[in-house]
Ligand binder design. Structure first.
Ligand SMILES: Cc1ncc(COP(=O)(O)O)c(C=O)c1O
Length: 402
């Protein structure tokens, strides 16, 4: 190995730095036996709602729970269609199916990798018709109602929400933001002439606190953010077996609560999130400067309307699998998010999609490579990653010429 190893993600350093405060959370939980609910959960929910500029936050067991509960509470019913993108983690569509609905897709924008609003207009206005009496958008071929849209703020960059919200409002469709990778990301709304936080724009936002996220628990955790009091109330019931009061069940729900130890840990880490997000943005800026002017690497596009938080720093390169493998051999960790678009996954074979249905996603999925990205990534480490990546690209170019 010719270089010092550089991990894809360093989860050890931040926990070591915060060790005393994190251990104190365990002590509090042990001393009070407050494991489920209680002040640590309430306090985190209040702090995270404030961080996201929303009125409410409901802590749940995972990001997948957050999406599923938000969809159910927003009125998604068995048989409905929920539209999302094929370039996301499967949890987005699992939540749709588990709410009883059918996932359907629109393609992504080839520069931002997020939902392309033009494709959404095309879907709604050529494949569906609006029934004004029932205030429902109905998909022609299947007769199903399009009940919700899930734009995914992928890699930590907000989707173009203005046109998505405009269409959703026009056709009475709920928007649930998948903000599982976008804690603190901001979007400039041309319509409202202000910056908005991810998770504050749709009917609800879903967050994952999986350990590797920008805000990660020491285990599984998630949250729903919303400005809708009634929606927050329903989600509080759904996460707790449908009960508004102990043993009085208004509906059948789930065991999907955020536990107190995770909430306490998240609250400690939340105090550092804005700074960590800023460090990620600075690291992304440095990668851009090191990589952008070399042919062979497409760096992330940041529109003027986006202030991303770079959960992942994703470039496009030719022959990315070989490059990723070669980088791995010299101790540099990389990832692929995601290698197989959802419409081509075996799990969705029965939905009847084919290669060619979402060409932008399919093309991008062949070339994307996620480079090491975490707040403590040093300038030296970034130079090393960039040097090695460019050296390998140059070597493979000269070999293919020879
Ligand atoms: C885009 C996206 N949606 C949903 C999820 C699901 O979150 P969780 O793993 O906490 O259930 C994730 C987590 O990896 C994600 O990246």
């Amino acid at each position: 190995m010719s270089t010092n190893p550089i991990p894809f993600l360093d989860l050890v350093t931040p926990h070591r730095e915060l060790k005393e405060q994190l251990v104190e959370v365990f002590r509090t939980a042990l001393n009070t036996a407050g494991f489920i609910g209680g002040p640590m959960v309430d306090e985190f929910e209040q702090d995270f709602a404030r961080f996201c500029d929303t009125k409410y936050c409901v802590g749940v067991g995972s990001g997948t729970d957050a999406l599923r509960f938000a969809l159910i509470a927003a009125g998604v019913e068995p048989g409905d269609i929920v539209i999302t993108v094929p370039n996301t983690f499967i949890a987005t569509t699992e939540a749709i199916s588990q709410a009883g609905a059918r996932p359907d897709f629109v393609d992504i924008d080839d520069r931002t990798y997020n939902m392309d609003p033009h494709r959404l207009v095309e879907y709604l206005e050529t494949k569906c018709s609006y029934n004004p009496d029932r205030r429902e958008m109905v998909h022609f071929r299947s007769g199903r109602v399009v009940r919700a849209i899930i734009p995914v703020h992928l890699y930590g960059q907000a989707a173009d929400m203005d046109p998505i919200l405009y269409l959703a409002n026009k056709y009475n469709i709920a928007v649930i933001e998948d903000a599982c990778q976008a804690h603190g990301a901001e979007y400039y709304s041309r319509r409202d002439v202000c910056w908005k936080k991810a998770g504050s724009m749709g009917k609800a936002g879903a967050f994952s606190f999986y350990p590797g996220k920008n805000l990660g628990a020491c285990g599984e955790a998630g949250a729903v953010t919303t400005n809708d009091e009634e929606l927050a109330r329903k989600i509080r019931m759904i996460r707790d077996h449908g009960q508004a009061k102990k043993y009085y069940h208004d509906l059948e729900g789930y065991n999907g609560r955020l536990d107190a130890i995770q909430a306490g840990i998240l609250r400690v880490k939340l105090a550092h999130l804005a700074q960590w997000d800023e460090q990620r943005r600075e690291a992304a800026g440095r990668y851009n400067a090191l990589l952008a002017n070399h042919g062979g690497v497409i760096v992330p596009h940041q529109p003027a309307t986006a202030k991303p938080v770079y959960h992942l720093y994703v470039v496009q390169v030719n022959d990315r699998s070989a490059l990723g493998k070669q980088l791995g051999q010299i101790g540099i960790g990389t990832g692929i998010h995601y290698p197989v678009p959802l419409h081509l996954q075996k799990a969705y074979g029965a939905l009847g999609f084919h290669r060619g249905d979402f060409p932008v996603t399919e093309r991008v999925a062949e070339n994307i490579l996620s480079l090491p990205m975490f707040p403590q990534l040093s300038i030296q480490q970034q130079k090393q990653v960039a040097d090695e990546l460019l050296r390998l690209i140059a070597t493979s170019a000269s070999q293919s010429v020879a």
